[in-house]
Design a protein around this ligand. Sequence first.
Ligand code: HEC
Ligand code: HEC
Length: 222
Amino acid sequence: MNRLYKTLMVLELAAALGAGLVGWTVTAQAAEAGTPAKPDVTRGQAIATQVCAACHGADGNSAGGAFPKLAGQHAEYIVKQLKDYKTQPGAKEPARKNAIMAGIAGALNDQDMVNVAAYFETQKAKPGYARDKNTVPVGQKIYRGGIADRGVPACAACHGATGMGVPVQYPRLSGQWSDYTAAQLTAFAQGTRNNSEPMHTIALRLNEAEVKAVADYIAGLH
Ligand code: HEC
Ligand code: HEC
């Protein structure tokens, strides 16, 4: 299957799922007013099953690196990303550009973002693994110690020694698909993901081989 065709299929799927979401939005209107109430994990699970599962897995463990694992990710981080995929009032474009997720996030109200994020946070992430043993030492060195002479800080300083992150502040990276992590580092460097000044600066200082090595090391973290 060629790449364009595959992309079109995914976009069609996203559109169909987006249409499904409209029903959810209507039934959620009672919760619409004001700041989000306490998360409703049961409702979050229903949204996950009907809307997110096709790509992220019903339990947030996606089937491959084209789609990030959401299982065990901090809820506040998930909510922030969903908002960043939407064009905010006054902005010309979303802080994080992705056609599929823009459609999905655009159809979710604030309360349902909180609900679905709370559900994925409660799910257990399946462990990942590094695919290339040869680059693990380089990846580990960058992750634990950074690259001092180029001003790259240790990833562990913020994301934690085992990649579990810190709720609210730093996302979990542990066990994530290496293709996805590498793609995000590239997006931070190029500015298609423009929602973190520190990550933009850090990613700009890594070359392609280093991105691959550290992403692959992260996949095996647990
Ligand atoms: C048609 C496929 C598809 C569906 C359905 C989908 N997503 Fe995504 N999602 C993606 C892709 C692709 C990405 C990576 C986009 C990027 O590179 O920024 C993504 C990224 C995300 C991220 C960012 C994760 C991170 O680690 O930063 C979150 C959060 C997310 N999706 C939540 C959801 C939720 C919640 C739903 C259901 C309401 C959903 N997605 C439905 C394809 C999908
Ligand atoms: C100063 C703290 C800090 C350091 C050091 C740091 N990060 Fe981050 N990182 C962040 C923050 C904050 C975010 C969340 C940005 C956002 O809101 O989207 C993030 C997000 C990420 C993401 C996106 C995760 C996802 O699920 O999409 C990746 C990948 C990442 N960092 C990798 C790294 C790597 C690799 C290193 C080391 C080379 C590193 N980070 C060092 C603070 C840091």
